[in-house]
Design a protein around this ligand. Structure first.
Ligand code: 5RP
Length: 232
């Protein structure tokens, strides 16, 4: 996504932030732009507390003097603002391209409201993946064999030639969804395997999504919510 679009989304997202809110802060390049804007908002006197979904996000928030709460300290989370990797017409979402899926999912599940920021490339007819699956390193061959038996391809995520390690000390398998008919069911099946911590299929769907269409920010509302959305 172009930097300009990320900035447009960030500036539209800040309008959803109100004084006194506890905000879940997502992870990734789109959220990074939002946190920059939030930092300016706080500097200008806005009062908010953040709950970070990754060490990287926490470090950025700290640099910008955005007050942070741990999940234990937060008595509530009003709103999470985060990026996504894919979304379909039913608002089913894949996340975890940045490897923060577990914490992002926990914070999203605890948030009263979920707002995602996505450029047009993130909208798909059906979810094609890859589906990130966070696993304990010891269970790697067990999970890989399960996938092989199902003729589903998976790649161990790497960074700088070494296995990518999540903030929680786990590995990520990026699972190809080409041969998967029902992603919801498949994610549930994966979740039931010993050693699988979480998948990037987010059962908690967003209430709304901000996107850029023809140079303008548009708010799309979950199909089950009757609040129209529209240009921002
Ligand atoms: C991190 C995520 C990100 O939100 C997702 O990968 C989108 O990233 P970006 O905003 O860089 O496109 O899920 O785990």
């Amino acid at each position: 996504m172009y930097e300009q679009e990320k900035t447009m989304l960030a500036e539209a997202a800040i309008k959803h932030v109100k004084n006194g809110m506890v905000i879940g802060l997502g992870t990734g390049s789109t959220t990074r732009s939002f946190i920059d804007v939030l930092g300016k908002w706080v500097k200008a006197g806005g009062q908010v507390q953040g709950v970070a979904t990754s060490d990287e996000t926490a470090a950025q928030a700290e640099r910008l003097s955005i007050p942070l709460l741990s999940l234990e300290e937060a008595t509530r989370i009003d709103l999470i603002i985060d990026g996504i990797d894919q979304i379909d017409q039913q608002f089913r979402v894949l996340k975890g391209g940045g490897g923060a899926l577990f914490r992002e999912k926990v914070v999203a599940l605890m948030s009263r409201e979920v707002l995602y920021l996505a450029d047009a490339s993130k909208f798909v007819h059906h979810l094609t993946g890859p589906l990130p699956v966070e696993i304990d390193p010891f269970a790697r061959s067990y999970v890989e064999r399960f996938l092989q038996d199902k003729h589903v391809d998976a790649t161990l995520r790497e960074q700088d030639g070494k296995p990518f390690i999540t903030d929680g000390g786990h590995l990520i398998l990026d699972v190809d969804l080409k041969r998967v008919q029902d992603v919801h069911h498949f994610a549930k099946e994966l979740k039931s395997l010993t050693g699988v911590l979480e998948t990037g299929y987010f059962e908690r769907q967003p209430d709304h999504v901000l996107t850029v269409e023809q140079g303008q920010v548009r708010r799309l509302v979950h199909p089950e919510l009757r609040d129209g959305g529209g240009l921002v």
